[in-house]
Design a binder for this molecule. Structure first.
Ligand code: ZN
Length: 199
């Protein structure tokens, strides 16, 4: 059975056994917070557990690297909608150690695109259309740099209402340990204990 049909089969049992009842809640985040974090597989369950978040507690936005790379892209819109429409009053940017976006280079990423069958002419067409692939496909030098840039982008956004703190944290994907980088309430930055550059 393919993964798709395995999922659908599981889903029929899930609904029939009313397993969903344990997860029932509302769309308004009980803890009035929105979390931007990475799509890393190790964080699927670990991050909510490590932050004591249950279904219904928070809005969680995930992407590669917990990055807000554009002030008017979909990540920033998601954060603003969480604040405007859903009652979030605090923003948490949570990057993590050993992130795949650390040291990602456009050149290497495009090499993998070609190996996966993306035609060279398509890459050239995109580049000719003015897309800065170099910048777009580049990660950060360290997770501290990524979190700091994302926090700044959200905090300085002209459409973020005043009085909404934007915190920056780094989670260990093995232990779930959180290190505070930026306390959005005081604006204080904590120097990371383990150095600012990752291997
Ligand atoms: Zn990551």
């Amino acid at each position: 059975m393919s993964r798709l049909y395995e999922i659908l089969e599981h889903n029929r049992r899930f609904v029939a056994s009313r397993a969903y009842e344990a997860y029932r809640t509302t769309k308004i985040p009980e803890k009035k917070m929105v979390v931007l974090t990475c799509m890393d597989t190790r964080l699927i369950e670990l991050l909510p557990k490590a932050m004591n978040l249950k279904n219904g507690d928070a809005k969680i936005v995930r992407n590669a690297g917990a990055l807000v790379s554009h002030p008017y892209g979909s990540v920033m819109r998601s954060i603003l909608v969480a604040v405007y429409e859903l009652g979030a009053r605090e923003v948490y940017v949570v990057g993590h150690r050993d992130c795949g976006m650390t040291g990602l280079r456009a050149e290497a990423a495009l090499e993998r695109a070609r190996a996966l069958g993306v035609a060279e002419e398509k890459i050239e067409t995109v580049a000719r259309a003015g897309v800065q692939l170099d910048a777009w496909l580049t990660g950060f030098r360290s997770v501290e740099e990524g979190v700091t840039a994302s926090v700044r982008m959200v905090r300085e956004h002209p459409l973020l209402p005043p009085g909404v703190p934007v915190h920056g944290l780094i989670i260990d994907p093995e232990t779930g340990k959180l290190d505070l980088l930026i306390d959005g309430t005081t604006g204080k930055t904590t120097a990371p204990a383990t150095g600012s550059v990752e291997s």
